[in-house]
Write a protein that binds this ligand. Sequence first.
Ligand SMILES: C[C@@]1(CC(=O)O)c2cc3[nH]c(cc4nc(cc5[nH]c(cc(n2)[C@H]1CCC(=O)O)[C@@](C)(CC(=O)O)[C@@H]5CCC(=O)O)C(CC(=O)O)=C4CCC(=O)O)c(CCC(=O)O)c3CC(=O)O
Ligand SMILES: [Co+2]
Length: 301
Amino acid sequence: MDNKPQNAIVIAAFGTTYDSTLASLLDIKSSMQTRYPNTEVRLAFTSNFIRKKWHKRATDKTYIAEHQNVPATLYNVKNVLGTLADLQDLGFSNIVVQPTHLTHGEEYMDTKAIVDALADIETIKPKFKPFKRLALGRPLLGTWGVKYPYHQDIHSLAIALKDDVAQAKLQNRALVYMGHGNEHLSTGLYKEFEIEMNKMYPQVKTFVGLVEGFPDLNNIVMQIESQHVTSIMLRPLMIVAGDHANNDMAGDEKDSWKTVLTTLGINVNTVLEGLGEKPAVQAIFIQHANDAANDLGIQLN
Ligand SMILES: C[C@@]1(CC(=O)O)c2cc3[nH]c(cc4nc(cc5[nH]c(cc(n2)[C@H]1CCC(=O)O)[C@@](C)(CC(=O)O)[C@@H]5CCC(=O)O)C(CC(=O)O)=C4CCC(=O)O)c(CCC(=O)O)c3CC(=O)O
Ligand SMILES: [Co+2]
């Protein structure tokens, strides 16, 4: 028996251009690798814009010299299609794609479209099928279906965020999360998550708002004012604390969440930590990858 890995996992992140928050993604990758030491684990970025930016940096000697913490492989990070092609070419026929998206939104659906299409490829001789088993894990807050109820995924994330609640409680602040959201689909899932947090942790008021879609910042402002909240801890409900967290949430521009809420007289403590840095969140992605693998009879090891 040789030890060459038979199986592979592709971690499909939206990505980020912020090296300050790369650990959020690299930690998810390394904890997946630690859990499955005999599996090839690779990172892919679904955002075209973000991949292009890294590819451009690959030729920028000054940037590279000043960012020793950036792994060399990041400069040619590929999308899911390119990463799967590489793995297929190397002979991996059982592959799990585990997205790090929060919801079954646009980015996840596009990833699913690619995975479904590749998994459907038939060849004259079945043994030449490019992918024997190609599985797709569900997003952090779950997806449709009865086997893995999304309520359970919402519940699991709420458990994973218990340290945020404890920290807010210690500082006597309400907890406000800024998620990404989407204009094209209902984002009521985030509202359900907010309700779950308040049910699980009644000792701290939690509010969830989104950059795009409902509930938005105005909605949070209304609730905060009607509940006479005067002091908050503001955190991204995103895997990375990147562009949205640094600018839309914590930036100094007049329309950032920090500025808007501070102007209303609220004491705001911003925390630039991505969910991906939390071991409890990494564990959820490991679980989701494992569930998807099991469903197709892939034994990750
Ligand atoms: C389709 C698109 C439509 C649109 O929004 O315009 C879209 C959609 C979504 N993005 C999501 C997530 C994130 N978006 C960012 C950042 C950026 N997003 C941008 C564009 C686009 N985003 C359009 C596609 C363009 C393309 O493919 O290239 C950038 C390039 C420009 C800009 O926004 O102006 C800006 C780069 C800024 C920079 O670094 O320079 C980060 C990273 C970060 O913040 O650092 C995260 C991860 C947060 C996390 O880590 O959790 C989600 C939630 C997914 C989920 O988790 O469910 C959805 C919605 C969904 O999938 O439903
Ligand atoms: Co975006």
